[in-house]
Design a protein. Structure first.
Length: 256
């Protein structure tokens, strides 16, 4: 008897034992979870608490480091500001002397009393002086160009520091403009008319100096007035920025 031709039929893998393995594993997992879920919950809580404590310790350490660094910055800022206050006091005094010398020259031109040649030269020497203010702003520059400015928590102090920096930049621009005016306007006239150099020929130059003609010169008096106006404007700015510096010093002391 011939065997039937065609593809052999493959028996399906439907063993009850094998099909029940997945269900059995799931049941065991659910049974284990039902029996030990309190332990798992405790372990999860312990992990969460551990992470939280770790973050808290890290934040505390960072805050402590930031506070120490902030105190260092504040101390350095105060040293810079104290130096600026002292420098500004000197600059204000020297600028006052420039203005007073100009006032003396203008007063003398209207006076009947004679001015000696040596006194005229001495007053012009004072008049052409250019006392400038140079801020010791290394600490603020470091704060401004780094991410550490966030360490200054006092809002009023931050505002004063930026105001101070803006005022200083304005003063430097004014000083540069005054220098340009001195070099191009007042300087050439004074150099041609007044012997300022200490030279063996100074005596002969003084002999030829006509005090009355110089004091009666419109050009000379205009140059004197220009120097006084420039210096008066700077004097007002020096006084304003010094007042701001003193406010900064007080604000820093409140934070130390």
């Amino acid at each position: 008897m011939k065997n039937p031709t065609g593809p052999e039929s493959v028996p399906e893998n439907t063993s009850p034992k094998e099909s029940g393995n997945g269900a059995s594993t799931g049941k065991r997992f659910l049974l284990l979870l039902a029996q030990r879920w309190p332990e798992y919950v405790v372990e999860i809580i312990v992990v969460i608490i551990g992470i939280t404590i770790s973050f808290a310790i890290s934040n505390y350490q960072q805050d402590s480091a930031d506070k120490r660094l902030a105190q260092i910055y504040l101390q350095d800022l105060r040293e810079d500001i104290k130096s600026d206050i002292f420098t500004l006091a000197e600059t204000i005094q020297q600028t006052d002397s420039v203005i007073l010398s100009g006032q003396a020259l203008i007063t003398q031109s209207d006076s009947n009393t004679s001015l000696t040649k040596q006194r005229l030269v001495a007053l012009v020497h004072l008049l052409i002086r250019r006392p400038n203010f140079i801020s010791k702003n290394a600490t603020f520059s470091s704060l401004k160009t780094s991410a550490n400015f966030r360490l200054i928590k006092d809002i009023e102090l931050r505002k004063l520091l930026f105001e101070y920096d803006q005022d200083y930049q304005t003063i430097k621009a004014m000083e540069a403009a005054e220098l340009q005016a001195t070099v191009t306007i007042a300087g050439p006239y004074i150099i041609k008319s007044i012997p300022l150099a200490d030279s063996p020929q100074t005596s002969s130059w003084l002999e030829k100096l006509d005090v009355k003609a110089i004091l009666g010169s419109v050009e000379f008096m205009n140059n004197v007035a220009l120097r006084m106006d420039n210096r008066q404007e700077l004097l007002d700015s020096y006084k304003d920025i010094r007042y701001t510096a003193m406010q900064i010093d007080s604000a820093i002391l409140r934070n130390l």
